[in-house]
Design a protein around this ligand. Structure first.
Ligand code: ADP
Length: 538
């Protein structure tokens, strides 16, 4: 007897087989019927769908045989998977490879064997559809052809089965995601609505100044958390739609890390965690970097490290320069991640481990990985449950060309021309009040109109030094209005002010009708930067 050796592509073959997740599953009618057809067409008492794993052949379907599996070293199918086409043994007793095989000399007394390999779309033979008889035989051309067709159908059914499973899994993850998201959105909304309601109803001013500030802080914090959740969901959509692009500029990496540290230090302190940052001395001062995206990567990884590490432990962030690669590692002493969960970690909508007690959308690491890959880098995780995790990323390190002056920080006490003329085109009344109040903090006032048409009317008689333009407007939208201004009126800076972050991505890389883009809710420092650029006295 000859034992069939492992196939040349054994590792890939086994992986493909395991990926179907079909071994040791229940009987399924569609496979039983395909085996039945094989037995009837080939006119043999036995037909099997046999899948060959490292040790055995296991039968997904069988006709005329009670066994569920037999050892691989005596399996005819282990020979058949070396072929791309039909493997036929007309009389096993006359064949030196099989004459003394126990399957031939004992039950089920195989004399005739014909197996068509089950070949995956990648070309890997994971098993066979075979027909077996107790007497010598040869398939005619029609039977051989039909067996091959049925074999291809077995694989199609297995592919279909896998796709249905994936879809179900995806659906399950999305349902879990939505239920989690509902919680993530309702918690901060609850705080915002409840505290603002309390303040509105407080006609007798029972809420003292300290309480008032505390309530306002809760409202601000909850609003920011809400914004964070919304941005995360929008980001994953932008990534999936291929709309995320890079915007590198010269960056002082030490300053950036210290700013990020400032953002993270508070939550580390609240948990009494020792948050340390180490930047290698050979790290260049200025590098080319998309600061916002790199910042998001650092914030995601370090806030996870803080979130999943118990109090009084430490989190270490290090940045080094390894052969012109920027290496960031975030090491924690937290709960760690088990081996099985590591594979799921970077998929969207996946939360792993026991994280019922922590906040999160399960999107952070999926976004982080996509951002790292967008920057031509890679991300890895090493982790030991109970002992902690280390997330490491590597990015190509680019230096600015020429002598780039470091961007000077925005002056914190800006001086604007006292009578600066600003036009705000905004249809939402609350947003009108918000921008008016924000401008008032710099002693600036604005003419406010609620449509593109109204803006054009005002612009017939007046010239403005700066226009803030909402994009979604009733009638003429902000883009159409701005295009009209560009073509027909004297040049003036137009800054888009929109809550549509997708519009921002769309206009980013093409010549835009806007000089700048601010996203609502407007961050104070971004508004200040725009005002400084267009209205500064110097
Ligand atoms: P989430 O917003 O839920 O934190 P992430 O995508 O950032 O989503 O993380 C996915 C899951 O990975 C988390 O739910 C958590 O179980 C696990 N995880 C991420 N970072 C760590 C870490 N540093 N230590 C332990 N588990 C982590």
């Amino acid at each position: 007897m000859q034992v069939a050796p492992p196939t040349d592509n054994e590792e890939a073959r086994l992986k493909a087989l395991l990926d179907y997740d079909i071994l040791d599953t229940e009987e399924e009618r569609v496979f039983d019927e395909l085996a039945q057809l094989a037995s009837e067409i080939c006119e043999t008492p036995i037909a099997l769908i046999s899948l060959v794993d490292p040790k055995r052949q296991w039968f997904k379907a069988s006709v005329g045989l009670d066994a569920k599996e037999t050892p691989r070293d005596i399996a005819f199918c282990a020979h058949a998977i070396h072929q791309q086409n039909l493997f036929e043994v007309e009389d096993a007793l006359q064949d030196p490879r099989f004459f003394d095989n126990p399957l031939v000399t004992n039950k089920p007394n195989v004399r005739f064997y014909a197996g068509t390999p089950l070949i995956t779309p990648e070309g890997l033979a994971i098993g066979t559809l075979c027909a077996i008889d107790h007497k010598p035989k040869k398939l005619n051309e029609f039977q051989a052809n039909a067996l091959a067709i049925l074999g291809r159908n077995v694989i199609s059914q297995m592919e279909l089965r896998r796709k249905i499973k994936l879809l179900k899994e995806h659906d399950k993850n999305k349902t879990a995601f939505l239920s989690n998201m509902s919680h993530e959105l309702r918690t901060p909304l609850n705080a915002i609505i409840s505290f603002s309601g309390l303040l509105i109803q407080d006609e007798n001013q029972a809420v003292d100044d300290d309480k008032l500030r505390e309530y306002l802080r809760h409202i601000e914090y909850s609003g920011k958390r809400l914004l964070g959740v919304i941005n995360t969901v929008l980001d994953i959509n932008k990534i999936e739609a291929g709309m995320m692009s890079l915007d590198p500029s010269p960056c002082n990496i030490r300053n950036l890390m210290s700013r990020l540290n400032g953002i993270l230090a508070l939550s580390a302190q609240e948990k009494h965690l020792d948050l340390q940052t180490d930047i290698a001395t050979d790290m260049p001062k200025m590098i080319m970097l998309d600061e916002a995206k790199f910042g998001q990567i650092v914030l995601n990884l370090v806030s996870n490290a803080i979130k999943y590490t118990p109090p009084y432990k430490s989190v270490m962030v290090s940045l080094s320069n390894r052969q012109d690669r920027l290496c960031l590692s975030v090491q924690d002493q937290g709960i760690g991640i088990c081996h099985a969960d590591k594979a799921k970690l970077f998929s969207p909508f996946q939360q792993v481990g026991d994280n019922k007690k922590t906040q999160g959308s399960g999107l952070g690491l999926a976004i982080t990985k996509s951002l790292v890959e967008l920057m031509q880098g890679n991300i890895k995780v090493q982790s030991e449950p109970q002992f902690g995790s280390t997330f490491s990323i590597e990015l190509p390190l680019h230096l600015p060309t020429g002598n780039t002056p470091e961007p000077s920080p925005v002056d914190s006490k800006p001086l604007f021309k006292p009578q600066s003329r600003i036009l705000v085109v905004e249809d939402n009344e609350i947003n009108q009040v918000v921008i008016e109040a924000m401008l008032a903090t710099y002693n600036l006032s604005a003419t406010i109109v609620d449509s593109g048409e109204a803006a054009l009317e005002v612009l017939q008689d007046e010239v403005f030094e700066l226009i803030f333009m909402d994009i979604h407007l009733p009638g003429m939208n902000g883009i159409e209005t701005s295009e009209y201004i560009r073509k027909n009126l004297s040049p003036m800076p137009i800054v888009a002010l929109s809550a549509d972050t997708f519009e921002h991505e769309r206009t980013k890389n093409s010549p835009s009708v806007f000089d700048d883009f601010l996203t609502k809710p407007v961050e104070g420092d971004k508004l200040l930067a725009v005002l400084t650029q267009y209205l500064s006295q110097n």
